[in-house]
Design a protein around this ligand. Structure first.
Ligand code: NAI
Ligand code: MG
Length: 495
């Protein structure tokens, strides 16, 4: 008897070659006004992938003009919400259709394992576009019975021209988080991708053009932060700026918004998320969750569980288990499906992470795994584990954004709640316990925008995400993101 065998899953994907890239303004693919370009690099070896048109103030001006025209007089302004929804569904389908190509492009530019791009970045991006396609024709106000002979209702109108600045850690997904709600609400967009990873943003823009988004509705201007990014956040004719990145940069963006036209601001910034493991937790699940919650995406996650608090009675056992796991992590070529960790995005990020490892050693934390580079080519860093970390150490306070785990010991719930909250950040937190009372005490008491209980990094387009305190302003995803992209108008008519 013979059985049909499915083709074996590919163990290695081919590295794509990419031609030089232009920018998209008003439906045209153009060079920068200055003629300047910049190189985008392959983080596995530092080689040049291609040259990309480098936007600056003049290009941002043109893109904002195109977005303004599309918003006010173009076909976009006359399109019904149902027609917008249809276009967004088509974009979701196109991204899904091109998932292999887009995953390879993301891996090439960012360095993340292609297995992760295929399992996380692509499906989450597609889900996000679909989710907001579904919202496009369900955004509306209220009729309100005010005092007197009046008829009062509210309209939820698009804000207008929206500037969006995204980082390099999840380029496709951050683009989807930004474009989904902005387009669903009827805004037009100027996106500035991160200078480290401009390629997938440009490819998705091309797909959007192919499925029929009218000229000027979406514009993509690659370039650097202090030039193109600053021009966008300080622009007098941009009605809203959405930013994801470092807290310090978020302050600069907010200042520019305040000093120009008081444009609306939403920020998704850094974190130093406490991940709290109680002795009564399913320890193996907690080890697995803590490992994933820190090392996923080379540790380059704003919500990484980078302060890992473990209760004293299980501390030694937990630390031994997780250090063994970290030592076994497969680091290497991100196009090889069996690798779990690729390089950091850039030389700058690698050096920064290595600096934090040196700080951990200097401050007296105990290093149980890793501690250096992998090889001397590319930006690979060993999965590193520190235990006996103290609250005041630099590695317990600052966002490392790399594969460096800091483990701290705690005694009881009250103590760990207070210590967990002793940070300027408030993006995410997690708790591992089988005791519902303890889980609720922590879930209610932790000052963070997301709390995961007995899980970590569970994302869905329907679940809002954003920060308390200096981790940001506003909530992306879910119904909440619609508030970021609409203005409420009250209309009162005498009867
Ligand atoms: P960054 O915040 O400087 O860059 C993010 C985006 O902001 C990029 O598109 C960049 O071009 C733009 N930008 C930079 N300066 C700007 C300015 N003056 N005006 C407008 N836009 C500007 O982050 P960077 O330098 O890439 O990474 C530094 C650290 O930031 C990382 O080590 C990490 O700790 C943190 N980070 C946090 C992220 C998050 O998701 N919360 C994402 C990326 C970085
Ligand atoms: Mg920066």
């Amino acid at each position: 008897m013979t059985t049909a065998t499915a083709p074996a899953p590919k163990s290695r994907h081919a590295k794509p070659t990419v031609p030089d890239q232009k920018m998209l303004i008003g439906g045209k693919w153009v060079n920068s006004v200055s003629g300047k370009t910049f190189e985008t690099l392959n983080p596995t070896d530092g080689s040049v992938i291609c040259n990309v048109a480098e936007g600056d103030k003049a290009d941002i001006d043109l893109a904002v003009k195109a977005a303004r025209a599309a918003f006010e007089t173009g076909p976009w302004s006359r399109m019904t919400p149902a027609e917008r929804s249809r276009l967004m569904h088509k974009l979701a389908d196109a991204v899904e259709d091109k998932r292999m190509e887009l995953a390879a492009l993301e891996t090439l530019d960012n360095g993340k394992p292609i297995a992760d791009a295929l399992a996380a970045d692509i499906p989450l991006s597609v889900q996000c576009y679909r989710y907001y396609a579904g919202w496009a024709d369900k955004i509306y106000g209220q009729t309100i019975p005010i005092n007197g002979p009046y008829f009062t209702y509210t309209r939820h109108e698009p804000i207008g021209v929206v500037g969006q600045i995204i980082p390099w850690n999840f380029p496709l997904l951050m683009q989807a988080w930004k474009w989904g709600p902005a387009l669903a609400c009827g805004n037009t967009v100027v996106l500035k991708p991160a200078e480290q990873t401009p390629l997938t943003a440009l490819r998705v823009a091309q797909l959007a053009q192919e499925v029929g988004f009218p000229d000027g509705v979406i514009n993509v201007v690659p370039g650097f932060g202090p030039t193109a990014g600053a021009a966008l956040s300080g622009h007098m004719d941009v009605d809203k700026i959405a930013f994801t990145g470092e807290t310090g940069t978020g302050k600069i963006v907010m200042t520019a918004a305040a000093q120009s036209n008081l444009k609306r601001v939403s920020l998704e910034l850094g974190g130093k998320s406490p991940n709290i493991v109680f002795a009564d937790a399913d320890l193996d699940a907690a080890v697995e969750g803590a490992y994933f919650g820190l090392f996923f995406n080379q540790g380059q996650c704003c919500c990484a569980g980078s302060r890992l608090f473990v209760q004293e009675s299980v501390y030694d056992e937990f630390v031994a288990k997780i250090a063994a796991k970290a030592k076994g992590r497969k680091v290497g070529d991100p196009f090889d499906m069996s690798n779990e960790q690729g390089p950091q995005v850039s030389q700058e990020q690698m050096d920064r992470v290595l600096g934090y490892i040196a700080a951990g050693q200097k401050d007296g934390a105990k290093m149980l795994a890793g501690g250096g580079r992998v090889g001397d080519k590319g930006y690979y860093v060993q999965p590193t584990v520190f235990c006996d970390v103290k609250d005041e150490m630099k590695i317990a306070q600052e966002e490392i954004f790399g594969p460096v785990m800091s483990i701290l010991k705690f005694k009881d719930a009250d103590e760990v709640l207070a210590r967990g909250n002793k940070t300027m950040y408030g993006l995410a937190a997690a708790v591992w316990t089988k005791d519902v009372k303890k889980a609720l005490k922590l879930a209610n008491g932790l000052r963070a925008g997301t709390v995961w209980v007995n899980c970590f990094d569970v994302f869905d387009a329907g679940a809002p995400f954003g920060g308390f305190k200096m981790s940001g302003l506003g909530r992306e995803l879910g119904q909440y993101a619609l508030q970021l992209y609409t203005e409420v108008k009250t209309v009162t008519m005498a009867m």
